[in-house]
Design a protein around this ligand. Sequence first.
Ligand code: C5P
Length: 233
Amino acid sequence: PTLGVVLVAAGRGERLGADAPKAFVELHGRALVEFGIAVATSLPHAGCLVVVVPEDRAAQTLDLVDRIVPAEAPWTVTVVPGGRERHESVRFGLDALPESIDTVLVHDAARPFASANLFERVIAEVRGTGDSVVPALPVVDTLKRIDADGIVHETVDRAPLVAVQTPQGFPRETLAAAHATAQLHTDPPTDDAEVVQRAGGRVRTVRGEMNAHKLTTPDDLRILDSIMTGNAV
Ligand code: C5P
């Protein structure tokens, strides 16, 4: 196998205020992390999936994997415990990948409906260019810079800005080396492209998708429910 997917699902999800960690919140009876496991192992590549979860969710996750991943799928799946910060969880996931992996995707379990097409778009761009790749969408709202009191100071030009999503794709060596050298603890990065940027690597974009929406606040549950059931929000 040459494709590695690190599915990060170890966050506590404090902004959501749910009882369960964010990736284990359920939609129509299925934990968010299940959707990510299903889409990754549906890809027609031989690969290794590492699911990074809170330590006390490891047994539950192994059960989910047994239920979801067809025995004939050309995927090896492992489950490892996460860290305090997202970048630590990613590094634990990278450390669990076998040597043979050449391309790595890092995906948030909190984006359950990122499509197989989006995964394929990212993989093709990484392999075609040798660069790191992030899905990106244009910013549509007008952007304002505000202060701590909520007072508007200026309008920010949105033309050169995009909102980036996951799965983010990397040549394995690029991401592993960036994680090994970057100083991440004083100013934790919020995505993996930032880790590569800090190491001086080139990151390019492909078209993202609305369905890759991330669960952060309770409002997002309504949006994800609509995506799942195919209704307009
Ligand atoms: O908190 P945020 O929305 O940025 O989390 C994005 C993804 O990173 C989620 O899927 C979450 O479970 C994961 N994460 C993690 N380990 C952490 C923090 C976040 O795996 N310590």
